[in-house]
Design a protein around this ligand. Structure first.
Ligand code: HEM
Length: 82
């Protein structure tokens, strides 16, 4: 499977930001799911926004979907630090 997973390309013109990209991805995920993390409230999102409807190589959402959107909430107030 790993053989076919090449999000950063391969070879001499592959992505030079791959290490930074992984740092940012891990940091974001750790921040969102650490103990005491803000709650994530679904925002204008329903099942259509997470269900692939079209696409051949890539699973794509319906054309007018904005995808899964959430509002981070600390306690009862939305936070602005995300
Ligand atoms: C999730 C994040 C990222 C993905 C999925 C991604 C993906 C890619 C892909 C597919 C390529 C083309 C590789 C090819 O032509 O074979 C590329 C090239 C490149 N990426 Fe990224 N990238 C990401 C983040 C970054 C970051 C954070 C930087 C810089 C800080 C960056 C800098 C570059 C540069 C400069 C190239 C051109 C390399 C060249 O043509 O020699 N990328 N990236």
């Amino acid at each position: 499977m790993g053989r076919y997973f090449v999000p950063f390309g391969k070879g001499s013109r592959s992505c030079i930001g791959v290490q930074l990209a992984y740092v940012l991805l891990y940091h974001t995920i750790a921040h969102l799911f650490r103990p005491g993390a803000p709650k994530l409230l679904l925002h204008e999102t329903n099942e259509c926004d997470v269900t692939p409807m079209r696409g051949f190589l890539f699973a794509l959402l319906k054309r007018d979907s904005k995808g899964l959107r959430v509002i981070p909430v600390n306690g009862s107030e939305p936070t602005d630090d995300m």
